[in-house]
Write a protein that binds this ligand. Structure first.
Ligand code: PHE
Length: 339
């Protein structure tokens, strides 16, 4: 039995020193020291020994057990440290490596210009409102003084979604919705997308953007319209900008005007951007037609107002010298990254 114990001890020592990972050492612990382990098996055989031999043998087995326990514990610790070291080495960060560039999104140029415009009008006391893109004939035409057989309907090629539903051709529809829900004094702008069945080319798109403006109060005159638009033009194009009002026609304003500003590129001398004229047309406007006020339940003998519709796309292409309006809608990242 003594020899057997010696043999087990030696085999165990050898196996432990050869173990190369924590799993293996755990297996050895079970093999030798576990409940069904080899040393435990020897203890169980002690019954066959004589009473004198028993305590001696018992002591030897216990000593062997203690030795092995210590050995295994030491080896397990060593292996654990080695594993940690290896892991740390593998996780080292090379701070000299070039950093990964994080791409941050940017505002679309249309939004940049729109935000500037909103700032300008808000500083003059205008509220910003939203309106639906799918409109009824009633809001887009009827209430704006354009009955069904009116020739002015030909000015705007409409996408119809049914007999009464359409994609709004102008943000002017928002004028009516505003006057139906608000009482004068009214001072609002309503930016948004509008739709017309236009042929696509460098200056035309079936989807574009307008900013509608509406002011209604007692004693509002054409002077107020001029003042607001001049102030707007100076803020967006610079203090030397001149504004020109040309007589025009819109069914929902009387009198109506189209408004040009001095070309921001050449200062009015004439260049490619303004096609040599020195002026750029940026909006349509006028005094709200009495019929429109009436259709919204506002008494035209007490109140008056003005309205304007600014083309956002034209403003954006001239500011950034974008030669083709289609670029604004194609979402080509190479183009958008330039802003
Ligand atoms: N809605 C007109 C257009 O799309 C512009 C406009 C707005 C004119 C408000 C007068 C008043 O052409």
């Amino acid at each position: 039995m003594k020899e057997k114990l010696e043999a087990i001890k030696n085999a165990a020592k050898e196996a432990v020193s050869a173990a190369f990972d924590e799993k293996e050492i755990e297996e050895l612990r079970v093999k030798y020291l576990g409940k069904k382990g080899e040393l435990t098996a020897i203890l169980k055989q002690m019954g066959s020994l004589s009473p004198e031999e028993r305590p001696k043998m018992g002591q030897m087995v216990n000593e062997a057990k203690a030795q092995l326990e210590e050995l295994i514990g030491k080896k397990a610790k060593e292996l654990k440290n080695a594993a940690t070291e290896l892991k740390l080495k593998a996780e080292t960060i090379d701070i000299t490596m070039p950093a990964k560039v994080k791409k941050v999104g940017k505002l679309h140029p249309l939004n940049t210009v729109l935000n500037d415009m909103i700032d300008i009008f808000q500083s003059m006391g205008f509220d910003v409102l939203d309106g639906p893109e799918v409109e009824t004939d009633h809001y887009n035409f009827e209430c704006l003084n354009v009955p069904a057989d009116h020739p002015a309907r030909d000015m705007q090629d409409t996408f119809y979604l049914g007999t009464n539903l359409l994609l709004r051709t102008q943000t002017s529809a928002a004028q009516i919705r505003t006057m139906e829900t608000r009482k004068p004094p009214i001072r609002v702008i309503c930016p948004g997308r509008v739709f017309r069945a236009d042929e696509v080319d460098a200056t035309h798109s079936p989807v574009f953007h307008q900013i509608e403006g509406l002011v209604v109060d007692k004693g509002i005159t054409m002077c107020d319209l001029k003042g607001v638009l001049e102030q707007f033009a100076r803020e967006i194009y610079g203090p030397d900008t001149k504004v020109k009002f040309r007589p025009s026609f819109f069914p929902f304003t009387e009198p109506s005007v189209e408004v040009d500003v001095t070309c921001s590129e050449c200062g009015g001398k004439g260049c490619r951007v303004c096609k040599g004229s020195g002026w750029i047309e940026i909006l349509g406007a006028g005094m709200v037609h009495p019929n429109v006020l009436k259709s919204c339940g506002i008494d035209p003998d007490v109140y008056s107002g003005f309205a304007f519709g600014i083309g956002l796309d034209r403003l954006t292409t001239t500011r950034y010298k974008i030669s083709d309006i289609r670029l604004l809608f194609e979402n080509d990242k190479r183009f958008l990254d330039q802003f």
